[in-house]
Write a new protein. Structure first.
Length: 143
């Protein structure tokens, strides 16, 4: 998402939304937040609408929406991409990884492929000390 070319005009009128909040809290007056902030707000709104639609349909599923950061580490081989993800994790020990996805994607030139590791991460909530996403835990009774 961070590499988007979207502009603020793609998001309709200003309405005091989270984009405005992000602008007022993290950006100097008169400066727009980065484009990925707009993508995040748009995605959260769409996900929230979809969850709201489940109630209307009478779904009995438990669905939640979390905003996690996706870090993409690239390499020319799967091992190189995994090494890049490990290097990132060492540089950011305060981030908790929640999931990893490996994908083979077209590279910068035709006929060239590269590997991407997409790692979702979050940091601790300063008030509760909890991380924002699901993390796998072993059964406490197993050893």
């Amino acid at each position: 998402m961070a590499h988007t070319t979207n502009t603020p005009s793609n998001f309709g009128p200003r309405d005091g939304s989270a984009v405005e909040l992000a602008k007022s809290e993290t950006s100097p007056v008169g400066h727009e937040p980065p484009a990925f902030a707009h993508d995040l707000v748009r995605t959260l709104r769409a996900a929230g609408s979809a969850v709201g639609g489940l109630v209307t349909l009478g779904s009995s599923s438990d669905v939640s929406v979390n905003a996690l950061t996706a870090v993409v580490c690239a390499g020319s081989t799967p091992a190189a991409a995994l090494q890049a993800a490990a290097d990132f994790a060492r540089q950011a020990p305060g981030l908790e990884p929640h999931s990893l996805a490996l994908a083979r994607v077209p590279g910068p030139c035709e006929g060239v492929w590269e590997w991407h590791i997409t790692m979702t991460v979050s940091s601790r909530d300063p008030m509760t000390g909890e991380y924002g996403g699901s993390t796998h835990h072993a059964d406490p009774g197993s050893s």
